[in-house]
Design a protein around this ligand. Sequence first.
Ligand SMILES: [Zn+2]
Length: 86
Amino acid sequence: MSIELINDFHNSAVRLRVRGIPCELSAGQVRRAKRTLCGVGGCLCSGILGTRGIQWVDAGDDYRRIVTTDAMDRQGHECVRVEWQD
Ligand SMILES: [Zn+2]
């Protein structure tokens, strides 16, 4: 599946391919998302992923909210965990 993340400050969006939700975004995906969503050096609008605002994902039958949490992968690189919001 793919998910679209948004930044409602810069009015930007990025589409990422994931196996499903929950999942972890790779360090490369996090870098690409940040560069696409907020490429502005020194901007404080967002965290390492670059998202801002409510994130909605097409869950097939409905749109559902997701939450993203900064995390570390097994190699100790920054990654981001994506989960459905309850
Ligand atoms: Zn920004």
